[in-house]
Design a protein around this ligand. Structure first.
Ligand code: 5GP
Length: 205
């Protein structure tokens, strides 16, 4: 029997734009129809973060082993730490017909674009760069040096919007979430997906 594969949804965008907040909001609403892929990282847990919920926290050695074993769909080094997406989870979930949602930084998104060109790429954009700066500063956990590095990176990343299928401005978290969910619904209604399904049904008759 024909089983439609799930979508791979990639949410990315510049540092400090609020990807984590938007992702948490989407998954706190019970109507999210997609699965969140929990990332691996070598970063230390922040207060309140739980292993296996927020991230799988790994040592550098463990992480480098995962890279060697080909266990990561993508990975990147970001502000001194590794972050990566477990490939088996993503493939299994998609094969089972469920949509998978990645919230990753832009270098990783570029790798996914190469490996999974059929994925849905959504760029979360800041209303403006000054707004972005305010958000990073008020987060309060970063030094000036880290902030200015992150800002420089962000400027470069904004120029990378071209790689994406959709751009969602994060002017208001709830609105951004609604836009993302609408994009996913629209993607499921794409003619190519629907017609393929019917084609296969007809062939089975
Ligand atoms: P944080 O340390 O604030 O949780 O995350 C830092 C950055 O890493 C964020 O931009 C977040 O989107 C990104 N990130 C989280 N998980 C992954 C991942 O699996 N792969 C990549 N490439 N980036 C990730």
């Amino acid at each position: 029997m024909y089983k439609e594969k799930g979508l791979l949804i990639v949410l990315s965008g510049p540092s400090g734009v609020g990807k984590g907040t938007v992702r948490k909001e989407i998954f706190s609403q019970n109507d999210a129809k997609f699965e969140y892929s929990i990332s691996m990282t070598t970063r230390k847990p922040r207060e309140g973060e739980v292993d296996g919920v927020d991230y799988f926290f790994k040592s550098r050695e463990e992480f480098e082993q995962l890279i060697e074993q080909g266990k990561l769909l993508e990975y990147a080094e970001f502000v001194g730490n590794y972050y990566g997406t477990p490939v088996d989870y993503v493939r299994d979930t998609i094969e089972n017909g469920r949509d998978v949602f990645l919230e990753i930084e832009v270098q990783g998104a570029r790798q996914v674009r190469e490996k999974f060109p059929e994925a849905l790429f959504i760029f979360l954009a800041p209303p403006s760069l000054s707004e972005l700066r305010n958000r990073i500063v008020t987060r309060g956990t970063e030094t000036e040096d880290v902030i200015s590095k992150r800002l420089q990176t962000a400027k470069e990343e904004i120029e990378m919007m071209d790689l994406y299928d959709y751009v969602v401005e994060n002017d208001e978290v709830k609105l951004a979430c609604e836009r993302i969910k609408s994009i996913v619904v629209a993607e499921h209604c794409k003619r190519e997906r629907i017609s393929k399904r019917y084609q296969i049904m007809l062939e089975a008759e």
